[in-house]
Design a binder for this molecule. Structure first.
Ligand SMILES: N[C@@H](CCC(=O)N[C@@H](CS)C(=O)NCC(=O)O)C(=O)O
Length: 212
C-alpha cells in the first residue's frame, strides 16, 4: 500500500491526482503547514527539508514530487510516462519539470500575498513575480497545440504542470491564454482529477479565488 504525506492545496496534490488517475490503492496522511509537524524529527527523517509530498512505497520513502511521479509511473503506470527510448521522452521530462518553474513563482506570491504580515509584504515582489509567472504561463499556452502536453496523450507531465496551474489561476487571469484555459477545462473534466479534488482536504492557505 502506498502512503502519501499530503497537505491540502500543495504540491502533494500532484501525487494524489496521479494515484487516482492510475487507480492505485493508497492511504493519505494529512499534514497542516501551521501545526509544525513538518518540522518534527520523525518527518524530517523522511523529508530533509520538511516538505510535502513524501510517499512510503516499496519499503522505502521518496520526496520531491517530480521524482515521485517518475518513479510511480515507471513502476506502476507505464501509460502515464514516456520511458527511455520513447521519442517523447525528452519532452516528457521537460514538461514534467516545468511544473516547478511555475511553482517557484507561486511560492513567492503566496508569501507576499498571504503568509507574511501585511507590513512585510512587498508590492515590488508581488508585481515582479506576477509578471514572471505570466511569462511562464505564456510559454505553456504556446506549447499546448494539442489536447495534452505530449502528442501521445495525457501523462504525468500534465499532472505535474497542471497541478501548478491550478494555483497559478489564483494570481494570473487566464483570459490571454485560450489554450491553457481549454487544457485546464479538460483537466477538470477528468475523473481522476475530480476524485483527487474531493480527497484534497480543507483549504488552509488560499481562501480567496483571486489575489490581485
Ligand atoms: N521541489 C519540491 C518542493 C516541495 C515543497 O516546497 N513543498 C511545500 C508545499 S507546496 C512544503 O511542503 N512547504 C512546507 C514548508 O515550507 O514548511 C517538490 O516538488 O516536492
Amino acid at each position: 500500500m502506498i502512503v502519501l504525506h499530503h497537505a491540502p492545496q500543495s504540491r502533494s496534490f500532484r501525487i494524489l491526482w496521479f494515484l487516482h488517475e492510475a487507480g492505485l490503492p493508497h492511504q493519505v496522511r494529512y499534514h497542516l503547514f501551521s501545526d509544525k509537524g513538518l518540522r518534527s524529527p520523525e518527518f524530517l527523517a523522511i523529508s530533509p527539508a520538511g516538505r510535502v509530498p513524501v510517499v512510503e512505497v516499496d519499503g522505502s520513502t521518496l520526496f520531491e514530487s517530480g521524482a515521485i511521479l517518475e518513479y510511480l509511473a515507471e513502476t506502476r503506470a507505464p501509460a502515464l510516462t514516456r520511458a527511455p527510448g520513447d521519442p517523447e521522452r525528452g519532452k516528457f521530462l521537460e514538461w514534467l519539470h516545468y511544473g516547478e518553474t511555475i511553482a517557484q513563482h507561486l511560492a513567492q506570491l503566496t508569501f507576499h500575498h498571504i503568509v507574511l504580515a501585511p507590513a512585510d509584504r512587498s508590492p515590488v515582489v508581488q508585481k515582479l513575480e506576477t509578471l514572471r509567472l505570466h511569462r511562464a504561463l505564456a510559454g505553456l499556452d504556446a506549447a499546448l497545440t494539442g489536447d495534452w502536453l505530449l502528442p501521445g496523450g495525457f501523462s504525468a507531465a500534465d499532472i505535474m504542470t497542471g497541478g501548478s496551474t491550478e494555483l497559478a489561476a489564483r494570481f494570473v487571469r487566464f483570459d490571454a491564454f485560450p489554450r491553457l484555459a481549454a487544457w485546464r477545462a479538460r483537466i477538470h473534466a477528468r475523473a481522476g482529477f475530480q476524485a483527487a479534488r474531493a480527497a484534497d482536504g480543507p483549504a488552509e492557505l488560499w481562501q480567496e479565488d483571486f489575489y490581485g
